[in-house]
Write a protein that binds this ligand. Structure first.
Ligand SMILES: NC(=O)C1=CN([C@@H]2O[C@H](COP(=O)(O)OP(=O)(O)OC[C@H]3O[C@@H](n4cnc5c(N)ncnc54)[C@H](OP(=O)(O)O)[C@@H]3O)[C@@H](O)[C@H]2O)C=CC1
Ligand SMILES: O=C(CO)COP(=O)(O)O
Length: 335
């Protein structure tokens, strides 16, 4: 099978290795000449993985047309803000029906739609098979080292979910199926905001108790929000829920965690917000969710998202925001 992979960043490279290990033909589409040359000439991706030697069968190009040509699958591994424009470029190039597999986590830049809806708003049923998302606790830095990982192939269509499950699964990469597209996609986006908060509390010097409390209350908050959107509650006890939340809140590999850490250490977000160039989708996701909750009467509270919003967008002191979170009215855990 040929898989066209959008992006030459960390997740594109990590998943390219999984697919290459499984005997599939992979071609990466990139916009960064250094990353493309690294992959094609030096067989590495030095910017992201200093010590990893890649297989020569993993190739990259700046030609979207060459990447898409004869591809059975198109894997989206670019940041969410570029997904719509890239799909619009792909649309006229499609000759046969393909399966789009989304691995990006967040919302569309223009419409704030989740990713599967964004894909379906650009590409029609005549052009693509049912959309699949690959979501779960998986940092590229570990996948590229073939460290045991489990994720979900999420689709409204069971047959396509199973097809993608088979495509990726191997002895170090285990894929489950799920049909809760809404739950998985809102969870994958929401957990990035909680990961920023986790970095902030680490940067401020708090400990394991604090992180455990944050993850637990973060899960509660993200499941309430997901269910408002139509998610199944049980999804939040699975790989796309608690699994993805734990890995992103606890790992030094997470750019969202790193962002929060930097902010916690520097006691203000202004510097980070002005200078950051890394993929850190929790920053925008925080605003999307905050604005959505503020403008609707959903009947839920989102104190962690609100706190991160204050820090990122109002330049509030992280220390003071944490103190005010702790000083809220006491309540039952179920609320
Ligand atoms: N890294 C991970 O472990 C995981 C990431 N994800 C998700 O995958 C998505 C990609 O993240 P990740 O790989 O980490 O990000 P990276 O920052 O590592 O890589 C992003 C890549 O996309 C390229 N790019 C940017 N814009 C375009 C465009 N318009 N067309 C083609 N390529 C483009 C970048 O080029 P340049 O270098 O020039 O900017 C870079 O090569 C995100 O949504 C993330 O949440 C999901 C699970 C795990
Ligand atoms: O989604 C991820 C892990 O599942 C990647 O998280 P970061 O974007 O924070 O690195």
């Amino acid at each position: 099978m040929k898989v066209a992979i959008l992006g030459t960043g960390s997740w594109a490279t990590g998943l390219a290795r999984v697919l290459n290990d499984n005997g599939h033909q992979v071609m990466l589409y990139g916009i960064n000449p250094d990353e493309i040359d690294d992959i094609n000439i030096r067989h590495c991706n030095y910017k992201y993985f200093k010590d990893v030697q890649l297989e020569e069968t993993i190739v990259a190009t700046s030609s979207l047309e060459m990447t898409i040509k004869d591809a059975h699958y198109i894997l989206i591994t670019i940041p969410t803000q570029f997904v719509r424009e890239t799909l619009q470029k792909i649309k006229p190039l499609l000759k046969e029906k393909v399966t789009i597999i989304n691995a990006a986590k967040g919302f569309d830049m223009n419409t704030n739609m989740r990713m599967s809806d964004t894909i379906r708003s650009v590409l029609t049923e005549d052009e693509i098979n049912p959309v699949v998302s690959l979501i779960g606790p998986s940092h590229a830095e570990e996948v590229v080292e073939r460290i045991l990982t489990a994720v979900c192939s999420v689709s409204l269509d069971e047959t396509t979910a199973k097809d993608v499950q088979k495509l990726f699964s191997n002895h170090y990469f285990r894929v489950y199926t799920s049909n809760d597209e809404i739950g998985a996609e809102y969870g994958a986006a929401y957990k990035n905001v909680i990961a920023v908060a986790s970095g902030v509390i680490a940067g401020l010097g708090y400990g394991d108790n604090t992180r455990a409390a944050l993850i637990t209350r973060g899960l509660h908050e993200m499941s309430l929000y997901g269910m408002i959107k139509g998610a199944k509650q049980e999804t939040y006890f699975g790989l796309t829920g608690i699994g993805d939340l734990v890995v992103t809140c606890s790992s030094v590999h997470s750019r969202n965690f790193q962002a929060g850490y930097e902010i916690g250490q520097s006691h203000r977000a202004l510097d980070f917000m002005t200078h950051n160039t890394k993929t850190c989708e929790g920053v925008r996701t925080c605003k999307v969710i905050h604005d959505d909750v503020m403008s609707h009467d959903y009947g839920i509270e989102t104190p962690i998202v609100d706190a991160v919003y204050e820090v990122l967008y109002k330049n509030a002191s992280p220390q003071e925001v944490v103190a005010s979170l702790m000083n809220r009215d006491l309540k039952s855990e179920q609320l």
